[in-house]
Design a protein around this ligand. Structure first.
Ligand SMILES: Nc1ncnc2c1ncn2[C@@H]1O[C@H](COP(=O)(O)OP(=O)(O)OP(=O)(O)O)[C@@H](O)[C@H]1O
Ligand SMILES: [Mg+2]
Length: 235
């Protein structure tokens, strides 16, 4: 007998409200926001400055918690978890790519990528193998010992991506990953994100101001006045 089980979306936000206290007044950023993201999606989030894009990413990352509503990723209900549980969850399930790379300048490329692995029960040799594998994957094989200071922006962002995927997370959150790069380097980074999405099945949520960057995603959500308007493209 064939059973048809309605597949749950990977990420489900329901009735999310979030306000910040600005100048003594609670200013709502979201009031009753709903969002579903299936496994393997690549979503670009666009919207004016201050519309709440980083707030949304911070909630998905478990860095920030909604004031109300439910936020589930996989089997984890982030809205019901305390800070320590969310930190540990984050270390196992997601990678974050930042606009300005957030690499430690006193560490080599390999040491930067190795950092998240130090939380795992792995031997030095196992860590080295994993680091080499992901640096190869992002096209930086042979540059393990270079320091971020001698690398171009595009190369530093590749290190940032290698660090984000070294623990093999299902979800990648990217906040303006190409915001600091020229067009050519930006396009190379975007191709890399497409590869991680299509070939390795990573679900990606990418905040961007750049309409050309958003075209690499499967769909774009325009965030304005606390709600989304979706633009869908053929895969
Ligand atoms: N920690 C905070 N405390 C108070 N207000 C905050 C905090 N974080 C964000 N805000 C406010 O919430 C609103 C949304 O901010 P957010 O950073 O999410 O916007 P954004 O869409 O990412 O903007 P940008 O495109 O400029 O990065 C803004 O009005 C901002 O001032
Ligand atoms: Mg922002």
């Amino acid at each position: 007998m064939t059973q048809h089980i309605a597949q749950e979306p990977y990420i489900a936000l329901k009735g999310i409200s979030k306000a910040y206290n600005i100048g003594g007044q609670a200013v709502p950023i979201f009031s009753g926001l709903d969002l579903c993201i299936p496994h393997g999606d690549f979503v670009a989030v666009m919207g004016p400055s201050g519309s709440g894009k980083s707030t949304l990413l911070n909630m998905l990352a478990g860095i920030d918690r909604p004031d109300a509503g439910s936020l589930r990723i996989g089997a984890s209900h982030l809205d019901q978890m305390g800070e320590a549980a969310r930190s540990s969850w984050r270390a196992h399930h997601m990678g974050i790519v930042f606009q300005f790379y957030n690499l430690l300048p006193i560490l080599t490329a390999a040491e930067n990528v190795e950092l998240p692995l130090l939380l795992k029960p792995l031997s030095r040799r196992e860590r080295r193998i994993r680091v080499e594998r992901v640096l190869d994957l992002v096209g930086l094989g042979g540059r393990e010992r270079q320091y971020p200071g001698v690398m171009s922006g595009g190369q530093q962002q590749r290190v940032g991506i290698a660090r984000a995927i070294v623990c093999d997370p299902g979800l990648l959150l990217c906040d303006e990953p190409t915001g600091d790069l020229d067009r050519k380097s930006a396009d190379e980074i975007l191709e890399m994100l497409c590869f991680l999405n299509r070939q390795l099945g990573k679900t990606i949520v990418m905040v961007t101001h750049d309409p050309q960057a958003a075209l690499h995603a499967k769909r774009t959500l325009h965030l304005d006045k606390g709600d989304f308007v979706e633009e869908r493209r053929a895969a």
